[in-house]
Design a protein around this ligand. Structure first.
Ligand code: APR
Length: 199
């Protein structure tokens, strides 16, 4: 994927797995349509019904085909902050991890913790499914109104914490891609990623 070949920013972090072996996880920022990425998994910013919607949810369901919504009917919905996995069907990605971000109500109704748990629970699902590469959209920053600067801090911080934690339970993750749809969002992710200490 050309955008994967020309990342806007990239950082490598060291993690130690449950055998005590050191691994490197690459964090990458790109500007792209997440439905085009040929990775093991892409993350969908869904709603609690898991039956599709607008934004990235609509794009993923359109690209995956109708089998996706048929499969998601069997998942019985998803609470905010949680994540569930499905096949990718017609998508180039093997899996879709559906997570439900919080709606922004000003920040004092547990939104930061719920947003962090979207990233944590999505990364946790890479453990049982042998996923080595995953792309996230900017969860909750569209229809759900989460301010992009604050959401970006949480996205990058919780991914770093989660990949370290998941490595302890055998995650084989090697690359996490922050897939931004707009140039503005990509610039914010790029700036934030550049502040992360190099490995
Ligand atoms: N690829 C990557 N990112 C995308 C794409 C795409 N094809 N389409 C939209 N985005 C970006 C948006 O620009 C935004 O930065 O995804 C981010 C999340 O925006 P939304 O899709 O609106 O998701 P969210 O804010 O989490 O709201 C979820 O919207 O579509 C409904 O069913 C969904 O009810 C749920 C709600």
């Amino acid at each position: 994927m050309s955008s994967l070949k020309h990342p806007l920013a990239q950082k490598q972090i060291d993690i130690t797995d449950n055998q005590g072996d050191e691994h490197v996880v690459t964090l990458t920022v790109i500007q792209a349509d997440i439905t085009t990425l040929p990775l093991d998994a892409i993350v969908n910013a869904a709603n609690s019904s898991l039956l599709g919607g607008g934004g990235v949810d609509g794009a993923i369901h359109r690209a995956a085909g109708k089998e996706l919504v048929e499969y998601c009917r069997t998942l019985d919905g998803c609470p905010t902050g949680d994540a569930k996995i499905s096949p990718g069907f017609k998508l180039p990605a093997q899996y879709v991890i559906h997570t439900v971000g919080p709606v922004w109500h000003g920040g004092s109704q547990g939104e930061p913790e719920l947003l962090a748990s979207c990233y944590r629970n999505s990364i946790q699902l890479t453990v049982d499914n042998d996923i080595t590469s995953i792309a996230f959209p900017a969860i909750s920053t569209g229809v759900y109104g989460y301010p992009i600067e604050q959401a970006t801090e949480i996205a990058i911080g919780s991914v770093i914490d989660s990949v370290k934690q998941a490595a302890q339970s055998g995650s084989a993750i090697e690359e996490v891609v922050f897939c931004c749809f707009s140039a503005g969002d990509a610039a914010i992710y790029q700036k934030k990623l550049e502040t992360i200490k190099e490995r």
